[in-house]
Design a protein around this ligand. Structure first.
Ligand SMILES: Cc1ncc(COP(=O)(O)O)c(C=O)c1O
Length: 339
């Protein structure tokens, strides 16, 4: 059996389009998938102590081959369960169960070493996609020899008289190892090497500042919208589940030139300039303002820019309370609070 978690997304292979029923049975989550496709999948709740107990029990019974985990789910990026992941590693290691990290989104994004480096947890197998393809379609599987040897035959060299040392399984596809995708991946990795851990940390910090400033505004005007983030991945989140005009918010953003995919995660990347971020921020504030003025969003609209002087920015004071700040005229990088 393979254990995976509610709320994760692993692509459109039949086995992972799955949900758990009230009775704990796994059911296909889309029409056309036979129940037999998901009968070896067990779906548990993510980040919960109870799931760890269940995993421990299932693993010790000897029927679990692997635990597949999206370390931070892109749809719920505020759930970052470090201790859960560490415990999961402990249990799987003890029982020799393969721990698979799906880092298709987190890989090369949260850190050059992905979520594994960020949380200090080493998986047995790890999948990558998106960033590493440099815009080309790609999927990468990496991991320990114990699992990977079945794909490449273990240690052997091309061009000498060595031969595969381990029997291989069948692994192929028309576009598998496509030269253009591999060339793009090499370029993407070279750029990432130049950017380094510090470069990604800076991008994460820029996103954090962006999210903090927006949330400060949204709190101040008592809106029902907030932004959550994991490094440079961010997502709008409604405080009320039954807000009727969320579609309108996204449509208005688009109408004002900020294209995004309604309700899906957003990503800030190295190509975004400070001007881009400022434009997106101002557009969000303006859309919230218009919705509030027309009573289509709860809260009290702030005056445009809060009635503050040009260049004023929202931020938090030393006690974490929201406030407006102006750059210090003499001390670079310092701010003065407007009272
Ligand atoms: C975490 C995660 N895993 C797997 C996939 C599937 O990747 P692909 O669509 O390239 O098959 C996605 C795609 O969004 C993803 O977000």
């Amino acid at each position: 059996k393979v254990i995976c978690f509610n709320g994760s997304y692993h692509g459109i292979i039949d086995e992972v389009i799955v949900r758990s029923s009230h009775k704990g049975k796994s059911l296909p989550a889309a029409p056309g998938i036979p129940s037999s496709a998901v009968e070896n999948i067990i779906v548990l709740n993510y980040g919960e102590e109870e799931s760890l107990n269940e995993i421990e029990e299932l693993c010790s019974s000897g029927e679990v081959a692997a635990v597949l985990v999206e370390p931070v789910q892109s749809r719920r990026c505020d759930l970052q369960p470090k201790q859960f992941l560490k415990k999961l590693r402990e249990i799987t290691q003890k029982e020799s169960v393969c721990l698979i990290f799906d880092e298709v989104i987190t890989g090369f994004r949260i850190h050059t070493g992905g979520a594994q480096s960020f949380f200090g947890v080493k998986a047995d197998l790890c999948t990558y996609g998106k960033i590493i393809g440099g815009g080309m379609p790609i999927g990468v599987l990496s991991g320990k020899a114990r699992y990977m040897d079945a794909i490449d035959g273990g240690h052997w060299e091309y061009g000498d008289d060595s031969v595969p040392t381990v029997g291989v399984t069948y692994f192929a596809g028309t576009f598998v190892r496509h030269p253009l995708a591999l060339r793009a991946a090499k370029e993407a990795l070279t750029i990432l090497k130049e950017v380094g851990v510090q470069g990604l940390e800076l991008l994460n910090q820029r996103t954090q500042d962006f999210v903090d400033e927006l949330n400060c505004y949204l709190e101040n005007c008592q809106s029902n919208l907030r932004f959550i983030n994991f490094g440079s991945l961010l997502k709008p989140k409604w405080i009320e589940n039954d807000y009727m005009y969320s579609d309108l918010f996204f449509a208005m953003l688009r109408n004002e030139g900020v294209h995004q995919y309604d309700g899906f995660p957003w990503f800030i990347n190295l190509a975004h300039s400070e001007n881009d971020l400022e434009l997106v921020k101002k557009t969000i504030m303006s859309v919230v303002h218009q919705l509030q003025e027309n009573e289509l969003m709860p809260g009290a609209p702030l005056e445009k820019d809060g009635g503050m002087p040009k260049g004023a920015r929202l931020g938090k004071d030393l006690n974490g309370n929201p406030g407006w700040f102006l750059p210090h005229p003499e001390k670079h990088g310092q701010y003065l609070q407007i009272r």
